[in-house]
Ligand binder design. Structure first.
Ligand code: BDP
Length: 677
């Protein structure tokens, strides 16, 4: 061949390769997964080379590890915990990974790749602290995602089962790389259709893609499915026909998906059907389903997110309803409890149900999607929030843990590029709640393809670590909660009144601002929600004088002139928190700018724009809330407060008019907010 043509060919191929490589590096589609190819040789020792999971290990290691040789070894269960692994560098360039199951080898392989990418030691021995580490997708069958801010659902129901998007496998790979081993595919506000023959075939196709990655499929089910799908007269859990219907359904599911994980159920909550419709208890409902799944080792995750409009304090209701049922649940039922007693607020104390049902299995549900933390517009690294929960609640005897996913079909998966870190951190903490939020942030930063130099790592780690407290400060400091705009939960509306709406869906129910003070009195002389907590916690938060500032307005109605321990009045302290949130949001944006040279230009620009928007939203929260609360406090702003150039009326007139599955665009916000006008 003509040498010039040959060289031109090579040149073109390398251009294509570079373009491809660069494109992947900047659009966020590659997540934290390794991308640079290497040429290691992998030897399989003592494992079944035909096993699909072992084949995956070989494939990942041969493509991405920089070791000369990696030996994979299956050992006995007595030596290594079921899903655990041991990685040992036995001589320079030669690493051995041992596990008792193929999936352990897979986790060990990803641990080795992680160590290589982050420069950590290659001698690692690890086993998950919690068996089932599950993502909950609130995806509807029409492709929308409830509280999803990264586009539409990943699941292309119209194309399944015949067409399989390559993203399904990439999703499973990302999950497995951080140890996530379960996924609930559909919204807890479940359509009964997910259990139709048609949809089960589609679900089975996804399960087939996920299986080699150790990722089990679960489904959210509608408790009234027997009525909705097959016109049974009732869904009463004690009705024999109903129980039989579920048994047959379970048999059908397991014939298609032999390793199906089980059901997630939202019952008698926010209008969903459930056993209480027939005068039966949550335990009777859950057990009926659990017995249908029992022969196949399936589990039921039964949510404790229940509250009714007429009870005095919503924060007490899950406990009131579930604690008396302790001991009545079958062994394969796990009570799935949100981390806090209300609803995924930027800060809540832990739910008092944890630890209060010693004879029942419990699991925590976190929300990774930022329904209440600025959607995909705001940077909020959530590991510090989850660690705060683990500081109070010991999950070591929990069998499972769930996180409501922030994943959609957006090119970068999570909308905000930095929100990938929350998917990552959820997986890492689900594996080991003892890991530190800072270490996880650094790990993610070093593996994400956004940063062109390790120099960015320190600065951006600081941004991440501060970010959640920053959001708390500019939105709802000192224990304030749920003062969001109605419906979409973006932006402030402490004044919100919706005629006919349930009181417990409105901010005034929660902040209770009046001429005397602000906050919800949950002390012994108030709703006595503190009485549901263990004595060592209750005695501290129960008194206005010892309650930590971060929970003060959660547990107490505090007079505006109340002296906080350092001599400031409550009003001054509240103003300072809003001010500090605003300041921190500005600092995050500035720090990002100073890291510019170490950040991929596309990601740099995208995040810089979002940080600017976040800073303006922080000003919006600051201005609107301070003006509103000032009407009650009747006190002036301290001098430190950044001037507010707009009136409360202008903020009250803001109406974004968006649904519960979109983040407002910056042009919508520019248009609706009083700034720039
Ligand atoms: C709330 C959401 C709502 C969910 C509900 C739940 O606003 O969309 O359906 O929780 O968890 O946070 O069931």
């Amino acid at each position: 061949m003509d040498l010039r043509k040959f060289l031109l060919g090579i040149y073109l191929i390398s251009l294509i390769f570079m373009a491809h490589h660069t494109a992947k590096a900047i659009d966020g589609s590659g997540l934290w997964l390794p991308e640079s190819l290497s040429a290691s040789k992998t030897t399989v020792v003592g494992g079944d080379v035909a096993d699909a999971t072992i084949r995956l290990c070989v494939n990942e290691l041969e493509r991405f590890s920089n070791c000369d040789t990696v030996e994979l070894r299956i050992v006995s269960e007595a030596d290594i915990h079921l899903q655990g692994y041991e990685v040992r560098e036995i001589s320079p360039g030669v690493v051995e990974i041992s596990a008792s199951q193929p999936v352990g080898l897979l986790y060990g392989s990803y641990a080795l790749l992680r160590a290589e990418q982050t420069g950590a030691s290659k001698d690692i021995s690890s086993a998950p602290k919690i068996d089932h580490r599950i993502l909950n997708h609130w995806d509807n069958l029409d492709g929308t995602i409830e509280r999803g801010y990264a586009g539409h659902s990943l699941w292309q129901w119209d194309e399944l089962p015949s067409e399989l998007s390559p993203r399904y496998e990439q999703y499973a790979r990302a999950c497995a790389s951080v140890g996530i081993n379960g996924t609930v595919l559909n919204n807890v506000n479940a359509s009964a259709n997910i259990l139709s023959d048609d949809y089960l075939g589609k679900v089975a196709a996804l399960a087939d893609v996920f299986r080699p990655y150790g990722l089990k499929v679960y489904l959210s089910v509608n408790f009234a499915s027997p009525m909705l799908l097959d016109s049974l007269a009732t869904a009463d859990p004690l009705d024999t026909e109903v129980a039989l219907w579920w048994q047959k359904k379970a048999k059908e599911i397991y014939s298609l998906i032999p390793d199906f994980g089980g059901f997630l159920v939202k019952a008698n909550s926010e209008g969903q059907p459930g056993p209480c419709d027939y005068g039966r208890s949550h335990a009777q409902g859950a057990n009926m389903l659990a017995r249908a799944l029992e022969p196949y080792d399936g589990i039921v995750m039964w949510r404790a997110f229940v509250y009714s409009p007429d009870d005095a304090d919503r924060a007490k209701q899950a406990y009131n309803e579930f604690e008396p049922l302790d001991g009545q649940f079958d062994h394969n039922v796990i009570i799935q409890i949100k981390n806090g007693p209300i609803d995924f607020q930027p800060r809540e104390p832990f739910s008092p149900l944890f630890g209060a049902m010693p004879h029942s299995s419990q699991m925590v549900e976190f929300q990774i999607t930022q329904e209440y933390l600025g959607h995909s517009n705001h940077l909020a690294y959530l590991a510090p929030m989850w660690k705060e929960f683990f500081d109070y609640v010991d999950c070591s005897d929990h069998k499972a843990i769930a996180g409501v996913a922030n994943i959609g079909d957006a090119t970068n998966w999570t909308g905000h590029p930095m929100a990938q870190s929350n998917w990552y951190a959820f997986g890492r903490l689900a594996w080991d709640p003892g890991l530190s939020e800072r270490d996880i942030a650094r790990e993610w930063l070093l593996q994400s393809h956004f940063f062109t130099s390790d120099k960015a790592v320190d600065q951006v780690t600081d941004i991440m670590i501060e970010s959640r407290e920053c959001v708390v400060d500019y939105m709802m400091p000192m224990g304030l909660h749920h003062i969001f705009a109605f419906g979409h939960h973006y932006g402030p509306e402490p004044w919100c009144d919706v005629p006919g709406a349930r009181a417990d869906w409105l901010p005034k129910y929660y902040h209770r601002a009046d001429k005397e003070g602000i906050g919800f009195d949950r002390s012994a002389s108030g709703s006595n929600a503190v009485g549901q907590y263990p004595e060592n916690f209750a005695s501290i938060v129960g008194s206005i004088d010892t309650c930590p500032e971060k929970f003060l307005l959660w547990f107490h109605h505090v007079p505006w002139r109340y002296q906080i321990s350092d001599g400031r009045t409550l009003w001054e302290a509240l103003c300072e928190h809003y001010e500090s949130g605003l300041k921190k949001a500005g600092e995050m944006a500035d720090l990002w700018i100073t890291s510019r040279e170490y950040i991929d230009p596309y990601i740099y620009a995208d995040v810089a724009d979002r940080l600017k928007l976040q800073e303006r939203d922080a000003k919006w929260w600051h201005d609107a809330c301070l003006l509103y609360f000032k009407e009650f406090s009747g006190m002036d702003f301290p001098e430190s407060v950044t001037p507010i150039d707009h009136t409360l009326d202008e903020f009250e007139a803001v109406n974004l008019g968006i649904s519960n599955y979109e983040a407002p665009s910056s042009s919508l916000l520019n248009n609706k907010l009083p700034y720039n006008k």
